[in-house]
Write a protein that binds this ligand. Structure first.
Ligand code: UDP
Ligand code: MN
Length: 461
């Protein structure tokens, strides 16, 4: 379906901005060559390389010979935020496209991005990020059913689209995916809009936190969950769209027809002056202090050590927030990221007990089974919340295996997925749709014909 798409003949030009610090020359070259080979010639105004004070100045200088390439070198290590802003300030094309220094642009990666920005310059658009194997450098396609999100530790993570949204996409998988957060490395946006929105926080260092901060500023419009394409439902959704205003304006989306491979690495191949933990905490704190209002406490509760890290002066970013008339963070949580579970500041979680043992995730994640484990009453893997029929452990919920429909497994919480809906009935935990109850008679939790007299079905909460 992507191949059938037509793009305007008069798409805006873009300046490609690539910052790097001690990047391997091979991957850097691969990045640049793929941009030149896989983009329509007339759409690339320039490729601006910002050498963030790499040990060897020749890494960048050697690339000057390539057409369209401009190299800027920092006289000291600035980190990726200030380096990117330096590149953006030097750029002249109407659209900025930021790339990491170890990517491979795939065929027709650029046109879908520029088309979206042309139609609406307040859109910030990302390609689907494929995987370049860090061991073989092979290009491996990634799932397009993902978007960006985070937990209260404020670390970016990929999350699967909900059941309903996945179904809605089946008819046209090329439609864009609204995302609460961007991965940060690869995106295009209007150059003037980048300035208007406050570029990046120039007091953030090295790496991390800037994607959170730009995502809070750019508040996406959510795709409505439309199960049946029914005229009436669409009309209602349309109305609810129009009544919405963004936190600071703009929107954030992933464009599935644009694909760029990226070398995901296990650790950072460069130093963090001050230590990576402290730098990341400082950057994240800056984002939290400026944008999250009282909800920053949930971050500190999750990462208590962050409170000890100095975050410097944030007055300029606070002024920016005021100048842009941004909405409170509560609005973001309600409208943009309603899937993020917001613990009430004093709310206690439950244990689900059978004798001296408690329901436990056993450290498993999605598709993993559950079991009983001696109660320790310290939360951890035994922390559960009952919420609208869901039995929730943070973002994971108790569901049924799609294979045997009998084994209980963990799934990404989705209140529209019938398999995840339960009802408490006396000591029983009964499946809302099936006449079956959670049972612990086997090592892995499963469902069985309900029987209130069976000790293996009796829980206390
Ligand atoms: N980078 C930089 N200066 C720094 C740290 C990183 O210019 O102090 C560059 C790095 O070379 C890369 C980009 O910023 O092109 C993003 O960093 P990285 O790829 O390490 O982040 P990740 O993809 O792992 O999140
Ligand atoms: Mn990278």
């Amino acid at each position: 379906m992507c191949r059938l798409k037509k793009y305007d003949d008069d798409l805006p030009q873009t300046s490609i901005i690539i910052t790097f610090h001690n990047e391997a020359r091979s991957t850097l070259l691969r990045t640049i060559v793929s941009v030149l080979n896989r983009s329509p010639e007339h759409l690339i105004k320039e490729i601006i390389l910002v050498d963030d004070f790499s040990d060897n100045p020749e890494d960048g200088a050697a690339l000057r010979a390539i057409r369209k390439v401009k190299v800027i070198r920092n006289s000291k290590r600035e980190g990726l935020m200030r380096s990117r802003v330096r590149g953006a300030d030097a750029a002249v094309a109407p659209v900025l496209t930021f790339l990491d220094s170890h990517v491979e642009c795939n065929v027709h990666w650029l046109e879908p991005l520029l088309q979206r920005v042309k139609e609406d310059p307040t859109r910030v658009v990302c390609p689907v990020i494929d995987v370049i194997s860090m061991d073989t450098f092979q290009y491996i396609g990634a799932s397009a059913d993902l978007r960006g999100g985070f937990d209260w530790n404020l670390v970016f993570k990929w999350e699967y689209l909900g059941h309903a949204e996945r179904s809605a996409r089946l008819s046209d998988p090329t439609q864009v995916i609204r995302t609460p957060m961007i991965a940060g490395g690869l995106f295009s946006m209007d150059r003037k809009y980048f300035s208007k929105l406050g570029k990046y926080d120039m007091k953030m260092d090295v790496w991390g936190g800037e994607n959170l901060e730009i995502s809070f500023r750019l508040q996406p419009k959510l795709t409505p969950i439309i199960k049946k394409p029914n005229y009436e439902i669409q009309l209602v959704t349309e109305i609810s769209y129009h009544s919405r205003v963004w936190q600071c304006g703009g929107s954030l989306e992933i464009v599935p027809c644009s694909r760029v491979g990226h070398v995901f690495r296990k650790r950072h191949p460069y130093t963090f002056p001050g230590g990576s933990g402290a730098v990341f905490a400082r950057n994240t704190r800056r984002a939290a202090e400026v944008w999250m209002d009282d909800y920053k406490e949930l971050y500190y509760r999750s990462q208590p050590l962050a409170k000890q890290v100095d975050y410097g002066d944030i007055s300029e970013r606070v002024d920016l927030r005021q100048k842009l008339h941004c909405k409170p963070f509560r609005w973001y949580l309600e409208h943009v990221y309603p899937e993020l579970q917001v613990p009430a500041l004093k709310e206690a979680s439950h244990v689900i007990k059978q004798g001296v043992r408690c329901l436990d995730t056993m450290g498993h994640l999605v598709d993993g089974s559950l079991g009983l484990y001696p109660c320790h009453y310290t939360g951890g893997n035994q922390e559960w919340r009952f919420e609208n029929g869901l039995i929730r452990h943070h973002r994971l919920c108790v569901s049924l295996s799609s294979e045997d429909r009998v084994t209980a497994v963990l799934a990404a919480c989705d209140p529209t997925d019938d398999a995840q809906i339960w009802r408490r009935q006396g000591p029983l935990i009964r499946h809302a749709k099936l006449d079956a109850c959670l049972d612990t008679a086997r090592p892995a939790l499963y469902i069985e014909q309900c029987d209130e007299d069976k000790p293996s079905q009796q829980f206390s909460f």
